[in-house]
Design a protein around this ligand. Structure first.
Ligand code: AMP
Length: 328
């Protein structure tokens, strides 16, 4: 499990982190603790961080990111970790994302402990009083003045992480003003719900993975045929184009020839009809003529009139006055 505990100084992140370490067997990675150790050991980082920490400011991003990158590499962090006091700025959160991604890891949740600043100041004052009464050394930055400065830098630089992780759907906000046990119980509920949904979504994830694998293999075989998931590949598109280019060149030619032949056939079929009609007309004319000729010829043969005499007779008749009286 990989968690981030987010909240202003004095919100109880350290206390809750220790409890989670016991329950889940994961390590607590506190940049504050590491920096304090470095200050104590007077390492170059410690010397650099000492004054900044004492004033309540933030140690440069690259310093803390470097510390976390090294710490995550250690074997005890392989099982999971709780980040306490890191990230404190958006660039630190982005660096953490890159770091985890490069290792193929992901965050499970970011738990924000929301507290009331006035109550927080009273808490810090009580703690200082208790430590002093027990004879313990009080942290240099554990004064109301420094706490005000730390709260200021929290609001300005760390609070934007609430939106940052909310957008990534990683954020769970818990009321940090409740009693320690109640806060613990609330965190437990969040983590239980998280593991339940992870379990429930396991078969769904497997199903999705199977579908994705099937799609992939279908796409692969499709690729072999020139098709990928319904999309025509460049190769297939090229060959399809080539086919399209070839076909019209052949088919229209054939079609044109056929069309021409069909036209001819139609014409040849229509033409005889026309001819027949024409020839029928002329044949009728010829027949009429022939009939006329033959009747004249027949009457001539009977000693009758020829066509010319018939004409002459008709003329004469026309000249002769019509009979007024009946033949006797
Ligand atoms: P903490 O114990 O987490 O409150 O941290 C104590 C001090 O260490 C802070 O006030 C900072 O000066 C410094 N510090 C711890 N963590 C970070 C961080 N992630 N980025 C910058 N400074 C940090």
């Amino acid at each position: 499990m990989r968690l981030i505990l987010l909240g202003p100084p004095g919100a109880g992140k350290g206390t809750q982190a220790q409890h989670l370490v016991q329950r889940h067997g994961i390590v607590q990675l506190s940049t504050g603790d590491m920096l304090r150790a470095a200050v104590k050991a007077e390492t170059p980082i410690g010397l650099k961080a000492k004054d900044i920490m004492a004033s309540g400011g933030l140690v440069p991003d690259e310093v803390v990111v470097g510390i976390i990158a090294d710490r995550i590499e250690e074997s005890d962090a392989a099982n999971g970790f709780i980040l306490d006091g890191f990230p404190r700025t958006v660039p630190q959160a982005e660096a953490l994302d890159r770091l985890l991604k490069s290792k193929g890891l992901a965050l499970d949740a970011v738990i924000e402990l929301r507290v009331n600043e006035g109550a927080l100041l009273r808490r810090v004052e009580n703690r200082i009083a208790e430590m002093k009464s027990r004879g313990e050394t009080v942290r240099a930055d554990d004064t109301p003045e420094v706490l005000s400065k730390r709260l200021e830098s929290y609001r300005a630089q760390t609070e934007p992480l609430v939106d940052y992780y909310a957008e990534k759907r990683k954020l769970a906000t818990i009321d940090g003003m409740k009693a320690i046990d109640e806060v613990m119980a609330d965190i437990k509920r969040v983590l239980d719900a998280l593991s339940e949904s992870a379990k429930a979504s396991k078969p769904a994830r497997r199903k999705m993975a199977r579908r994705a694998a099937a799609k992939k293999s279908a796409a692969k075989s499709g690729k072999a045929n020139g098709r990928v998931a319904g999309k025509v590949t460049r190769k297939a598109a090229k060959s399809a184009k080539a086919k399209v280019a070839k076909k019209p060149a052949k088919r229209p030619a054939k079609t044109a020839v056929r069309a021409k032949a069909a036209k001819k056939t139609v014409r040849s079929k229509v033409a005889p009809a026309k001819k027949t009609r024409k020839s029928a007309k002329s044949a009728a004319k010829k027949a009429k003529k022939a009939v006329r000729k033959s009747s004249v010829a027949r009457s001539a043969a009977r000693g009758g009139r020829t066509a010319t005499t018939a004409k002459k007779v008709t003329k004469r008749r026309a000249k002769t006055p019509k009979r007024l009286t009946k033949r006797g």
